[in-house]
Structure formats: C-alpha cells, structure tokens
Design a protein around this ligand. Structure first.
Ligand code: GDP
Length: 474
C-alpha cells in the first residue's frame, strides 16, 4: 500500500491502570527498536509475531538513556493484524502525561500521528473488513445498551455485509446474462427474459424491504427510545428515574436539532436504552394544569416514541390523572401504577374502567391494549415487566436481530431505499417492453448503490466523512 507508519494513544487519555500506544505500518518494528530497551531478547526487529516482551521505553542521547516508562510490547506481524500491517502495541502506565511522552518519542523516531479512525481505515483499505464492519467498530465503542452492543457485534461479524453481498451477486448474475446475450445472441436467447427477470427480482426486493423495515427498530436499538415520563406531582417520576438509573445514570446530552432547554437522560432498562426527556420543568410549575405541565408535556409527548404515564396507586384517581389519560390517547404509551408496595386505592381494573369512561366522554376510542403495570419505584419492582412491555411494543416482543441482520445505520438504509427505487425502474422498463439494455442501466444503479453500503463503490469523500467520526487511536 506504500503507507507511512502511524501511531496514537489507543486507550483513553485519562488516568488509568494501563495506557496503550499503538504503532502500525512498515516501520513499526524499526521504530520500536529505537525506543525500546528489552529486558531479554535484544533484536527487537526479529521478534516473532503474537509475542509479548518486557522492557523500558528509553530516550537515548549518545551514551545516556532516559527511561520514560516501564512497559510491555506486543508484536503483531502483517498481515494478520487489526490494520493488516505490522503493528506494535506498547502498554505503558496509564497516565496521560506518561502516554503523551511515550507517544511523542515514538513520533520523534519516525511515526506520524494517526488521524481519528486511521487504524480502522487501514483495516478497510487493506481489505480485512468492509465498510459496514468498520462502522460497526465505532458502534461497538459507543454502544450504550446490551441490545446496541449485540447488534453492533453482529454487524462487526459481517451480518449486513453478507446479506448485501448476496443481493449484489444476484443482481450481477442478471447483468452478466444481459451483457452476454446482447454480445452473443446466437447462444443466449432473451425471449421471455423480462418475465424471468421480474421473478428473479422478487426475492431481492423482498429481502431489501425486510432489511429496510428493521431500520426503525435498529435506530431505536442504537440511539435509544425517546421516552417521556408524565404524572401528577408526587406520582413518583423522580423516583422512577432514580430506580432506572441507579448507579448507571448515563450521559446527559442536548438533543441535536431540538429546543435548547430540553435535556435527556439516557437510562438502561435491561438491554434497552431509553432517552428520557427531562421533564424537570413540568414538576416545578405552580398551578394545577401547569403542575402536570399539560402544555409542555403535550409538546414532549408529540416528540416522544413512548410515553410512560405514571399514576399513584395509593391515591384515588383525580382530575390531574384525567388530564394525563387524555394526553396519552392514541399514543404509544404504558400506564404505570406506582407505589404497589403501599395499600392500593387505584387498581388496574379501576383505571381501565376510568379510561373507557373518559374515552366515551371525549368520543375518542381508547386503546384497549394499553399495558397497565403495577410497579414500585421505591423498591424497584415491576421494572423487568416494564422492559418486556416496551420490548413487545417496539421489537415485536423478541430480539429479532438474533436471527437476521438489522439495519441501524441511516446511510445503509438510504442506499437500500435507493436500490429499491432502481429495481422498481427495472420493473417499469419490463412492463413497458423496453429493450434489455434499459434493464441493465437500473440494475447497475442498484448494484452500485448496494456497493456503497459495503464500501465497494465509494469515493474518498464518504470514506473521509465516515472515519473522521471515529475516536483517536482506533
Ligand atoms: P414526582 O413528583 O412525580 O417526581 O415524585 P417523587 O419521585 O418525588 O416521589 C414523591 C414521593 O413519593 C416521595 O416521597 C417518594 O419517596 C414517594 N414514592 C415514589 N415512588 C414510591 C413507591 O414506589 N412507593 C412508595 N411507598 N413511595 C414512593
């Protein structure tokens, strides 16, 4: 490939037990020999692959040597390495300063500082992984729930690549047949081919549609289910959040592209990730309607994938609850009867009856299927039932991605949709009785579009964009 040798800190730049400086490229072992003083085997450039060696990173100046750190070095020889190139990983102590000094020393001895994602980019350019697998690497790193991790690992092991490659082969077979028949009409007969092609395209379209239909779920697996928790004051909204987050309270982020004052908490419930819209504002308001924040809650509810409507089962149903029941009508929601550890005043049956009654008041049909669960935020009970209810609402009740590829990436979904459009144009040409080379044009478009997904037909711009989102050292 004629690449230079790159280096970066591959572990996080925070104080930790071990820090890893990774070097990849043709000069990796030569550079190591200049910075590493081994305890034993002296000829560093002759180290066998997949071996680990103990020693020190030293800065040599004439006769004097300054020790930068004690370390272990791992030797991985091309081509069976992450990048497909000669690779060294130096395990130093994990202090940001010590790692920085070792890295600077490696750079001073001939390596270039790697750009974000450059190691993985080399793995891709070296043909070891395709683009979906490269993207999956980043997804594994940023996975925030069990489901997200599982789907990323599946993609990393080639689940998306395999399906896409199979579909491209099917399309290529047709393209090859048309080309051959046009070139050699004596041996290949195109009579009735339109119908045959139409049949052959059916399973391809079916598979593409099936893949695309996983995208909604895939996106929620990866990014989390946008959730709003509503309930009158003291119903237990904060307690539920605390029960869900526990020690796990994750990142608080601004949601891109929405109002600045909306924040979200990311919480895990079992293998699922919920992005819970922070409704702190709702709790603070004064007057009754404002207390449950109907106005604001409605805004939030409009944006959310899921509403968790919280009721206090130790208190009778009141007007506040009635407002809330009005809010969740027609929305994907789950009713939670909180404080199940206390004496129950409001039962699920009462709530259902109340729902039916308010529905007839408002003349809007109620969703009779709406799950009503009894939980205790205080004791943390009922949460696994809640997880199951969310799963069956959003993921057809089972982890579909155990059996099939799931599309979690908008880029992939866009290409799949585009490929489907091209195939529909082929159908149109068949119906209109156009000559076969018309089929080829659109088939070729579909083939290329699917190639984008796995990185077979992509330009530098896209590659740069994708890898620039990676973290340093990966
Ligand atoms: P919010 O106003 O909806 O956020 O309600 P909080 O979470 O602040 O809870 C209000 C009160 O109810 C607090 O005193 C909580 O300790 C109590 N509480 C919340 N959930 C439960 C529960 O499941 N069982 C019991 N016994 N008390 C609860």
């Amino acid at each position: 490939m004629g690449q230079d040798t790159i280096a970066a800190v591959a572990s996080g730049m925070t104080a930790s037990g071990i820090g890893i400086i990774r070097i990849s490229g043709p000069e990796a072992f030569f550079i190591l020999s200049k910075v590493f003083r081994p305890r034993h085997e002296a000829d560093v450039t002759a180290y066998k692959t997949n071996t680990i060696h103990y020693g020190h990173i030293v800065r040599r100046d004439g006769e004097t040597e300054e020790v930068l750190d004690e370390c272990l070095v791992m030797i991985m020889r091309a081509p069976h390495t992450y990048t497909t190139e000669d690779t060294v990983e130096i395990n130093t102590h994990g202090g940001p300063y010590v790692m920085q000094r070792v890295l600077e020393h490696v750079l001073a001895n001939g390596a270039r500082c790697a750009e974000p994602g450059e190691f993985t980019r080399r793995a891709f350019l070296g043909g070891r992984i395709d683009l979906t697998e490269a993207e999956a690497v980043m997804d594994v790193i940023s996975a925030k729930s069990g489901d997200a991790l599982k789907s990323s690992l599946m993609q990393l092991s080639g689940s998306v690549r395999n399906v896409i490659t199979g579909l491209r082969e099917a399309i290529m077979d047709e393209l090859a047949f048309i080309e051959a028949a046009i070139d050699d009409p004596e041996h290949y007969d195109l009579t009735g081919y339109g119908e045959q092609l139409s049949d052959h395209l059916l399973p391809v379209e079916e598979k593409l549609r099936a893949l695309s239909s996983t995208f909604g779920e895939g996106k929620m697996i990866r990014e989390g289910i946008l959730t709003v928790i509503i309930g009158k004051p003291n119903a237990g909204k904060s307690s539920l959040m605390n029960a869900l987050t526990g020690e796990d309270r994750a990142i608080v982020t601004d949601i891109e592209g929405t109002t600045r004052d909306i924040l979200e908490d990311q919480v895990r419930i079992g293998g699922l990730l919920l992005r819970v819209i922070d409704t702190a504002g709702i709790r603070d308001a004064r007057d009754r309607i404002e207390q449950i924040g109907i106005g604001r809650a409605r805004d939030y509810a409009d944006r959310a994938d899921l509403i968790l409507a919280l009721f206090d089962s130790a208190r009778p149903i009141d007007d506040n609850d009635r407002e809330i029941l009005g809010l969740i009508r027609g929305r994907r929601s789950i009713i939670l009867l909180n404080k199940s550890d206390l004496h129950t005043v409001c039962t699920p049956e009462m709530l259902r009856a109340f729902l039916a009654e308010t529905a007839s008041d408002a003349g809007t049909p109620v969703n009779a299927e709406i799950p009503i669960l009894q939980i205790s935020a205080k004791e943390g009970s009922g949460l696994s039932e809640l997880e199951q209810a969310i799963r069956s609402m959003f993921f057809s009740g089972n982890l579909r991605f155990n059996e099939e590829a799931v599309i979690t990436n908008a880029r992939h979904n866009q290409s799949i949709t585009q490929a489907l459009t091209s195939i529909s144009l082929v159908r149109k040409s068949i119906e209109e009785g156009l000559p076969e080379d018309f089929y080829s044009i659109d088939l070729m478009d579909a083939y290329r579009e699917l190639g984008n997904i796995i990185g077979e037909e992509v330009g530098d711009d896209l590659i740069n964009t994708i890898f620039s989102k990676f973290c340093m050292g990966k």
